[in-house]
Design a binder for this molecule. Structure first.
Ligand code: AMP
Length: 217
């Protein structure tokens, strides 16, 4: 199985797509955002620092994320392929990522860029709800994935919450950071001939199909 890196603006559905691919191809989905949200819950100096950065929509320091990603990729379950989501976020991380991959004897595999309109993203960001019990993701602004009751999980009945960075102000921050930092990463992987683009404005199933066409090539 190929190693897959997803690049997409916040709320473009990359987490959802990564989970679909994880389940279908039995490879781990490694999301730096998820790892950092877990750390933010810890009562430690690191936990407090990460929690503050996450609420602001800024990026966590590179030395922390580099270490997290290298330790995670060393694990046995990554030997037959993995999905990396949320990393790299800047060109320096990308260059160090390529070095980590080389050190561990892996290939970069495919880099999949999800293109999507900003207006669609804004709507999704303010509508995203997550189950505090089973982590299922819903969107009250989408016919596709709205829960039957706004604050209750359809799957387990758990309470739905809104991530504290899912507001328009933090989104603006995260989006402009994304454009500024990710453009050089896209160029970098284009030059290495490993970049593939999909249209993220299409329905979820169509995006999955575009992704599968790339990974089966
Ligand atoms: P995400 O779930 O990917 O949207 O990430 C949520 C937040 O975690 C981001 O807004 C950043 O604050 C932080 N984060 C995730 N990945 C990284 C990374 N590679 N480098 C720095 N910060 C990150």
């Amino acid at each position: 199985m190929k190693n897959i890196m997803f690049i997409a603006p916040p709320a473009a559905g990359k987490g959802t797509q990564a989970e679909i691919i994880e389940e279908k191809y039995h490879i781990p989905h490694i999301s730096t955002g998820d790892i950092l949200r877990d750390i933010a819950e810890e009562h430690s100096e690191l936990g407090e620092y990460v929690s503050e950065v996450l609420s602001s929509g800024e990026l966590v320091k590179d030395d922390i994320t580099d270490q997290l990603i290298e330790n995670r990729l060393k694990k046995e379950d990554c030997k037959n392929g993995f999905i990396i989501d949320g990393f790299p976020r800047n060109i320096e991380q990308a260059i160090r990522y390529d070095q980590i991959i080389k050190r561990l004897g892996y290939d970069i595999g495919v880099v999949i860029l999800i293109n999507i309109d900003k207006k669609t993203l804004e709507k999704r960001v303010v509508g995203r709800r997550i189950c505090e019990n089973c982590d299922a993701v819903f969107n009250i602004n989408s016919e596709d994935s709205a829960p039957q009751i706004d604050s209750v999980c359809d799957i387990c009945g758990g309470r739905l919450y809104q991530r504290n960075d899912d507001n328009l102000e933090a989104f603006e921050n995260r989006y402009s950071l994304y454009i500024e930092k990710v453009t050089p990463i896209i160029e970098h992987y284009k030059n290495l001939n490993v970049l593939y683009e999909v249209d993220g404005n299409k329905p979820k199933e169509s995006v999955t199909k575009q992704i599968e066409d790339i990974i089966r090539r």
